[in-house]
Design a protein around this ligand. Sequence first.
Ligand code: FRU
Length: 468
Amino acid sequence: MNALTRDLADLVKIVEAKADGKDCFRQKLHLMPPTGWLNDPNGLCQFKGIYHAFFQYSPFNATGGLKMWGHYTSRDMIEWKYEGVSLYPDQPFDCHGVYSGSAFIEDGKMYLYYTGNVKLEDGEFDYIRTGREANTVLVVSEDGKQFGRKQELMRNSDYPNDLTCHVRDPKVWKENGMYYMVQGARTQSDEGKVLIFESEDQLHWIYKSDVKTAERFGYMWECPDYFETEGRKILSTSVQGLEGGVWDARNVYQSGYFLVEGDILSEYELSDYELWDYGFDYYAPQSFESEDGRRIHISWMGMPDCEEYTNLTLEDGWQHCFTFPREVHVKDKKVLQQPVKELEALRRGEERAVSVLEKKGTKVFEAEVQNITGNHFRAVLAKELVLEYVNGRFEMKFTSQDKTSVSAGRSLRFREVSEVRNVRILADVSSVEVFVNDGETVFSTRYYPQDYEIKIEALDAKIAFWEL
Ligand code: FRU
């Protein structure tokens, strides 16, 4: 630990101690920063039985600032314990941010790979082609509590030379005795793609190949993730720079996936890009395999560079949270997401109804609507958040776009779906996640109610409601 680490650690403790935890939009089930700003999930894993969720954390600035890795642990993904900051920006190769990365578990050790961000100072730099370092760094932990010496593995000069300075977010896996790493990148011609590196020993990495779409698809791909579940290979990435057509009605940046035919390590074909989530607040997800073999997926429930709307928690000195952990399944080439099954243990005070259910005053709840017929579905939360099937699409919309209203400026998001069969709603104090048709289409949003209530209408459908 150097003097910078020591002083940063002291300063973080001081600002965290000032957070009184009394604000009204504090989440109950969703991970949020102790104070300040949270963005991407990092280093997600289950290690020696314990779940670890690290997060991009700017404790000193609720609008985003110097990034470090905050750390939560859990035995069940329900109750989380804050473990403090695990990685500080305290070395020449990561001094302007311990950026996103992943965990790889082998032989009882946790290997954390991340991007060390450095922004050089000079009025001439554009910070795209010049003025920025993206260093690939490894830290090894034996116990998930103490994190060893940082080892700088690669610098920009080790990446292919048709790239800008934007290369980041390593995710590592092992296959046929070799280690592989994907990283997101932006080329000199402003094309997003994924880079693949390979290594025999986790320390020496060489560039192998890239993965991209046939046509240019955005200018930057962030936070790549590659995994196989239920016999399907999936390449996930968060894409910046999609414009025109359908993209204009969506978020500024997107997070989605390609189904991969073949193998990204040799010959591959990518499916169309599908979004993980069609709501307002969703970016930079990451997945991991739990010890019981489930593919678990967690995302930042937030959106960078977004002028359109805001978060009312800013007044209380914090911003953003994670999505509730989801299980990813693949059925008939369809990717389905559902809250992890651990959630069900929290269900209390079950209420059941047919066609209509109305409930006032419950802040944290789950509602499940099954056997929907004739595409008849409408739910209104806090009088202003409407979930509705209309004209061949499922919509999430707010009736007021006032920046101080329930929406804090959010308007409308939708996806065209041919029918609605079932809907599951998971609401926390200031967030709502909606799983349509067994989780084939998902919408996530933050919201800021004064009065909590929900009314669900779905003719002849079976409705169940639980407080959580
Ligand atoms: C995605 C991202 C990553 C980067 C991190 C920095 O939200 O831009 O690409 O590593 O955030 O906080």
